[in-house]
Design a protein around this ligand. Structure first.
Ligand SMILES: [Zn+2]
Length: 400
């Protein structure tokens, strides 16, 4: 996507051409006083690259002057919703599953995490970042703030109950005992249910828009944290099962939910592609396979449990967009279904026949009676394997 890539080059060129401004990250930490002219007032105004859905705009990400509503201390990137931390080390304890772009809970350890020092200068009351890292951290916090505000305003999330989180910026990657460093190269971002942190890794030369700046990726990771609150109730053992097939089902459901709610906020069918077209190719909504296709033609999608998760995301996307029920109303129904589904999972997670129908039937039960036919038809279309179809038919015969 040349237009998007050109934004990145523009960012890089900005910092490389402004030799006086482009003091390195470390240098700026040491020379903060010299790099900065003045302190930022409240609310913080800054000129940074952010997601833009303005009409007529031909790029998703643009330089804009934005206002932060919750960033109380830009010097250390600390605010009401989150604090950005740096200098952490990410140690992988197990090699990653093929096709996984995120670390599984419990498969790694995170050490350290210190306060950061932003390098910036003030001009006419507007904060201008002075290096690439400061730019990324501002963009990351800004997008995170917008995500929390979206969930607060449209989906009833109380930020105080949800809690302030740490945004771990560019942790160093170290191989663990069993870890293979090649396995970590695919990792991009993660929500860690153990520490409740969000992790955003350094971008690789193969990537376009840096991960920390990608609103769709942040919104996806935020979806995992919502799943963690509504389904897992912040309990790590919730995710654990000794059955490997059930493990794939719950991981896929978590991914499909996160992809769907990322779309609900961004309205981008291909929000990840601007960062890494290769990884994103199998996640563009709606996907071209169904649950039956994945059984009959396993090579149709290479992304392991993500592939079936994408079927869930596509089924919800169809109800919301193609059948016109609306993104936010469908997300609300799914949120109501999650706590009940969590009980189903808790009592059946050691069974190798655990499947998506548990969630599908809870969603149908929570939908408005007049909308159930649309949910049923979409679920029948996307979950056309014999097990899920039979169960969907059962619940739809009763509820429709
Ligand atoms: Zn994910």
């Amino acid at each position: 996507m040349p237009l998007h890539i050109s934004v990145i080059f523009m960012v890089l060129r900005f910092f490389s051409q402004n030799a006086l401004l482009s003091c390195g990250f470390l240098f700026c930490i040491l020379m903060t006083a010299q790099c900065r002219q003045d302190h930022a007032g409240q609310p913080v105004r800054a000129r940074i690259v952010v997601f833009s859905d303005e009409e007529g705009s031909n790029t998703q990400y643009q330089w804009k002057e934005v206002v932060f509503n919750t960033l109380t201390d830009p010097d250390t990137m600390n605010g009401l919703y989150a604090q950005v931390v740096g200098n952490a080390e990410f140690r992988l304890e197990e090699s990653q599953e093929e096709g996984s772009t995120e670390a599984a809970p419990g498969s790694y350890k995170l050490k350290g995490g210190d306060a950061v020092q932003l390098a910036y200068k003030m001009q006419d009351g507007v904060l201008h970042p002075l290096d690439y890292h400061s730019m990324l951290m501002l963009s990351m916090y800004y997008h995170y703030e917008k995500i929390v505000e979206f969930w607060r305003d449209h989906l009833g999330l109380d930020p105080d109950v949800f809690g302030k989180r740490r945004l771990v910026y560019a942790p160093k990657i170290a191989a663990g005992n069993k870890g293979e460093i090649s396995g970590t190269l695919k990792l991009n971002a993660a929500f860690d249910p153990v520490s409740q942190n969000f992790l955003f890794f350094k971008t690789s030369p193969r990537e376009g828009l840096p991960i920390a700046m990608n609103l769709a990726i942040l919104a996806h990771e935020f979806g995992h944290s919502v799943f963690d609150v509504f389904a897992a109730r912040k309990e790590v053992p919730f995710y654990e099962t000794s059955d490997s097939r059930a493990d794939k089902q719950i991981r896929g459901i978590n991914e499909g939910f996160a992809d769907f709610v990322s779309w609900v906020m961004t309205m981008l069918e291909d929000g990840y592609g601007v960062t890494h077209a290769g990884i994103a190719a199998e996640r563009i909504l709606p996907v071209s396979w169904t649950s039956r296709d994945l059984i009959l033609y396993p090579k149709i999608c290479k992304g392991s449990f993500y592939c079936k998760g994408s079927v869930l995301a596509s089924a919800l996307y169809e109800v919301a967009k193609i059948r016109g029920k609306g993104a936010v109303p469908v997300a609300k129904v799914v949120l109501q279904a999650l706590p009940v589904f969590a009980e189903d999972w808790a009592s059946h997670k050691e069974n190798s026949d655990f499947d998506y129908f548990w969630l599908l039937q809870r969603i149908v039960e929570k939908a408005e009676p007049g909308d159930r036919a649309d949910y049923c038809e979409s679920f029948r279309k996307w979950f056309d394997d014999s097990v899920n179809t039979d169960k969907v038919n059962e619940v739809c015969a009763v509820k429709s």
